[in-house]
Design a protein around this ligand. Structure first.
Ligand SMILES: Nc1cc(-c2ccc3ccn(Cc4ccccc4)c3c2)n[nH]1
Length: 229
C-alpha cells in the first residue's frame, strides 16, 4: 500500500523540489504518491481570498476556515492523518517521522499569515488523527518549508525508498547522540590527513574511535542528547 501525501498550500511552487532526487525517485517507484493542491482553488469569492482580520485584535491576518474545509474535504478519508505545521505544535522528531512513514494517507495543511483559524483543527480532530507539529523553536513565514522537511524526513524512511537500507540500520542503531565525522578520498587534502585509524582496517578500533567521536561531538554540540541528561 503506497503512502499517499496531499499538500494544501497557497504556494504550490514551493513543492517543486519534491520532483527531484530521492523524493522524485520515490514517486516514480510507486512507493509514494504526492499531490499538491492550491488552496485558492477552493475559494468561492472573486478575489479568491484566504485570510481575514483576527477576532480579538492583534497584528497580521488569519486564514479563514472555509477554504480549508473545502480543500481538506476534497481529499480526506477515514484513513487520513491531518498534519498542521505550527510554531505551537509538538516537536517533530525522527520517531515521529518513522510513524508518518508507516501511515496510509497524510494531508499537510500549509498555513501562512499568522496561521489557520483553529476551528479547522477542532472540526477534524473528532473525525481523523490531527497532529499540530513544529520543526523547531524558530518562526518561519509559513508551513511550507516545515512540510518539505517533514515529508523528506518521513518519505526516506518508507521501506524501499532508500537505495541502501544499510544506512537506515546504522542510523537506527545510532547511540543516543550525534553522528561521528565522515571522511573520504583523498587521504590528504590541503595538508589535512584522514584520521589514521580509519585507514587501518581494524574494524573494532574504527568502531571504538567512531563511538568516541560521537560522544565528543554530542557533548560539545548537543549535551541534551547525552544519556541521563
Ligand atoms: N517550527 C515552525 C513552524 C512554523 C510555522 C508553521 C506554519 C505557519 C503558518 C504561519 N506561520 C507564520 C507564523 C508567524 C508567527 C506566529 C505564528 C505563525 C507559520 C509558521 N514556524 N516554525
Amino acid at each position: 500500500m503506497p503512502l499517499r501525501i496531499d499538500v494544501i498550500t497557497i504556494f504550490p511552487d514551493y513543492f517543486a523540489p519534491l520532483q527531484l532526487s530521492l523524493m522524485g525517485k520515490a514517486q516514480q517507484s510507486g512507493l509514494v504518491t504526492i499531490a499538491i493542491h492550491d488552496l485558492r482553488e477552493f475559494t468561492s469569492d472573486r478575489h479568491r481570498s484566504v485570510d481575514d482580520t483576527p477576532y480579538g485584535g492583534g497584528a497580521g491576518m488569519v486564514m479563514t476556515p472555509e477554504p480549508w474545509g473545502q480543500a481538506i474535504d476534497a481529499v480526506v478519508t477515514d484513513q487520513s492523518t491531518l498534519i498542521v505545521p505550527t510554531p505551537a505544535g509538538k516537536l517533530f522528531s525522527q520517531p515521529v517521522a518513522a510513524e508518518l512513514a508507516h501511515s496510509t494517507h497524510l494531508i499537510f495543511a500549509c498555513g501562512r499569515y499568522e496561521g489557520i483559524d483553529q476551528r479547522v483543527v477542532e472540526y477534524y480532530r473528532p473525525r481523523i488523527d490531527v497532529r499540530e507539529l513544529s520543526i523547531g523553536d524558530y518562526v518561519l513565514a509559513g508551513g511550507d518549508v516545515a512540510t518539505l522537511a517533514m515529508i523528506e524526513a518521513s518519505v526516506r524512511l518508507v521501506p524501499g525508498v532508500l537505495g541502501n537500507p544499510e544506512s537506515l540500520v546504522e542510523e537506527s542503531h545510532q547511540l543516543p547522540g550525534v553522528e561521528y565525522p565522515s571522511y573520504t578520498k583523498p587521504p590528504t587534502w590541503r595538508g589535512l590527513d584522514v584520521p589514521e585509524v580509519l585507514l587501518s582496517g581494524h574494524h573494532d578500533q574504527i568502531a571504538r574511535w567512531r563511538a568516541e567521536q560521537s560522544t565528543i561531538r554530542t557533548t560539545h554540540n548537543r549535551p541534551d542528547l547525552l544519556p541521563g541528561s
